[in-house]
Design a protein around this ligand. Structure first.
Ligand SMILES: *Cc1c(COP(=O)(O)O)cnc(C)c1O
Length: 386
C-alpha cells in the first residue's frame, strides 16, 4: 500500500522537537519567556508593532472583534468563501454577519460587493486572504475610510504572503488588526494557536486583558495596591492564552517559514505546468504575481465537461491514496446561518458557483517530487477520460 498523501500536513523536524523538549524541562510550561519571544518574532516577521499570541485562530478573531468595542446590533461584512470561524467571530461580538460575494478569479471578497452591502449599521469588514493570496486591501481600506469601517484581516491562510505592493501581510498597513492561525494544516504550526497583530497601542492593551479574564496586575492600572497578591478584573475576558510549549514550537517553525513557502511554490509551479496542458481545469490565478504563501492549491474543474462528478473524482483519488478537500462550502448556506439570519441559496451566486467546481489538491512542503507526480498523473488520467 502506497502512503496516503493528504491535502495538507505539518512538517516537524529535530529542531522543533528539541525546542519543545527544552520548555518541558524548564520551570515554565505556560506564561514563561517563550510567549513574548514568539510575539516579538511575529512582529519582526510582519513589521507590525504589537502581537498577542492566543489559543487558536478562532480566539484571535473573537478577541479582535471584541477589542474594537462595536455597538451590539451593528453589522459586519465578510466573505462567504471562508471557514465558519470568520463570520462566527462577528456573531460572538453581537454583530449581524453580512456577506459580500467573491471575485470569480481570485475567490477573494470583491470590494465592489462590499460597497453594495454597506448600510448605516455596518461597522466592520473582515476580508479573508483566501488560500494565501491577499484580498484587494488597497481598495478595501479605501472603502473603509470613506464608510468609517474597522478592518480585521483574517490572515489564517497567509503568514508569509505579501500584498500587491510588496509589503507584508500582518503589518496591518491596511487594517486595524490582523489574525493568524497556527493549526497544523496552516503554513506554520504551534499544535494549535493563533495571534493578533496591530499597530494600535490601545487595541493591544485591550487584547492583553481580554486574553486572560480581563485581569491585570499592572500597578499603573490598579485602583489600589494593597500587596503583591492583588489583581483587578477590568473587563469580561477569557482564558485564551497560548502556552510556552506551543510558543516554542511556533518560534521554531517561524524560522522555517521561508523554506516552507519556497517548497510550496516549487510544487505549485509543477502543478501549474502539468495542468496547463489539460482542458476543463483552471489553475490558481495570482493577481500581481508571486506574492502568495500558497496555503492551498485550489483548482476549478468543469465537471459538466468531464465524465466524473466531483464526488466520484474525490472518491477515486482517495482510493488512489490521494486526499483532497473542498474550500469552502459557502458559509451563508450552513444550516445555522440559514436559520438564524435567513440566508438562502442564490444569495451569493459567485461563491455558490465556485463551490460547485472547486477542489483543493495536496500541497505541503514535505511532499516529494514523486508525490507531486502521483497527483499529477491521477488527476490527468481522470480528467482525460471521456
Ligand atoms: C483555520 C482558519 C480559522 C480558524 O483557525 P483555528 O486556529 O482553527 O481556530 C479561521 N479562519 C480561516 C480562514 C481559517 O482557515
Amino acid at each position: 500500500m502506497k502512503k496516503f498523501i493528504g491535502y495538507g500536513k505539518q512538517w516537524i523536524d529535530k529542531d522543533d522537537l528539541r525546542e519543545v523538549a527544552e520548555v518541558l524541562k524548564s520551570d515554565f510550561l505556560t506564561q514563561g519567556p517563550k510567549v513574548e519571544e514568539f510575539e516579538r518574532a511575529l512582529c519582526r516577521q510582519t513589521g507590525a508593532k504589537y502581537a498577542v499570541a492566543v489559543a487558536n485562530g478562532t480566539a484571535a478573531l473573537h478577541l479582535a472583534v471584541l477589542a474594537l468595542q462595536i455597538k451590539q446590533g451593528s453589522e459586519g461584512i465578510t466573505s462567504p468563501n471562508t471557514f465558519v470561524a470568520s463570520s462566527n467571530a462577528l456573531v460572538y461580538g453581537g454583530l449581524k454577519p453580512v456577506f459580500a460575494d467573491i471575485d470569480e478569479r481570485t475567490y477573494n471578497i470583491d470590494p465592489k460587493e462590499i460597497k453594495k452591502k454597506v448600510t448605516a449599521k455596518t461597522k466592520l469588514v473582515i476580508p479573508v486572504h483566501f488560500a494565501g493570496q491577499s484580498a484587494d486591501m488597497k481598495e478595501i481600506s479605501k472603502i473603509s475610510k470613506v464608510k468609517k469601517l474597522f478592518v480585521i484581516e483574517d490572515a489564517s491562510h497567509s503568514i508569509g504572503s505579501r500584498y500587491e505592493d510588496g509589503s507584508r501581510v500582518g503589518s496591518c498597513k491596511y487594517s486595524d488588526l490582523t489574525t493568524f492561525s497556527f493549526h497544523p494544516v496552516k503554513t506554520i504550526t504551534a499544535g494549535e494557536g493563533g495571534a493578533i497583530m496591530t499597530n494600535d497601542k490601545k487595541l493591544y492593551e485591550r487584547l492583553l486583558l481580554l486574553r486572560t479574564h480581563g485581569i491585570t496586575k499592572d500597578p499603573k492600572q490598579l485602583s489600589q495596591d494593597p500587596g503583591p497578591w492583588y489583581y483587578e478584573m477590568k473587563s469580561l475576558g477569557f482564558n485564551y492564552r497560548l502556552n510556552d510549549i506551543q510558543c516554542a514550537l511556533g518560534l521554531s517553525q517561524l524560522k522555517k517559514l521561508n523554506k516552507f513557502i519556497k517548497r510550496r511554490r516549487a510544487i505549485v509551479d509543477r502543478y501549474n505546468k502539468a495542468f496547463s496542458k489539460l482542458e476543463n481545469i483552471t489553475t490558481p490565478h495570482e493577481k500581481g504575481g508571486l506574492k502568495s504563501c500558497f496555503h492551498l492549491y485550489v483548482v476549478k474543474i468543469n465537471f459538466s465537461k468531464i465524465k466524473l462528478t466531483r464526488t466520484e473524482l474525490v472518491n477515486k483519488l482517495k482510493q488512489a491514496g490521494i486526499g483532497t478537500q473542498v474550500h469552502y462550502i459557502p458559509v451563508h448556506l450552513q444550516p445555522y446561518y440559514r436559520k438564524a439570519f435567513g440566508y438562502k441559496k442564490g444569495d451569493y451566486p459567485v461563491a455558490e458557483k465556485y463551490y460547485q467546481q472547486c477542489l483543493s489538491l495536496p500541497l505541503y512542503p514535505k511532499m516529494t517530487d514523486g508525490d507531486v507526480q502521483r497527483v499529477v498523473s491521477r488527476v490527468t488520467r481522470y480528467l482525460s477520460e471521456v
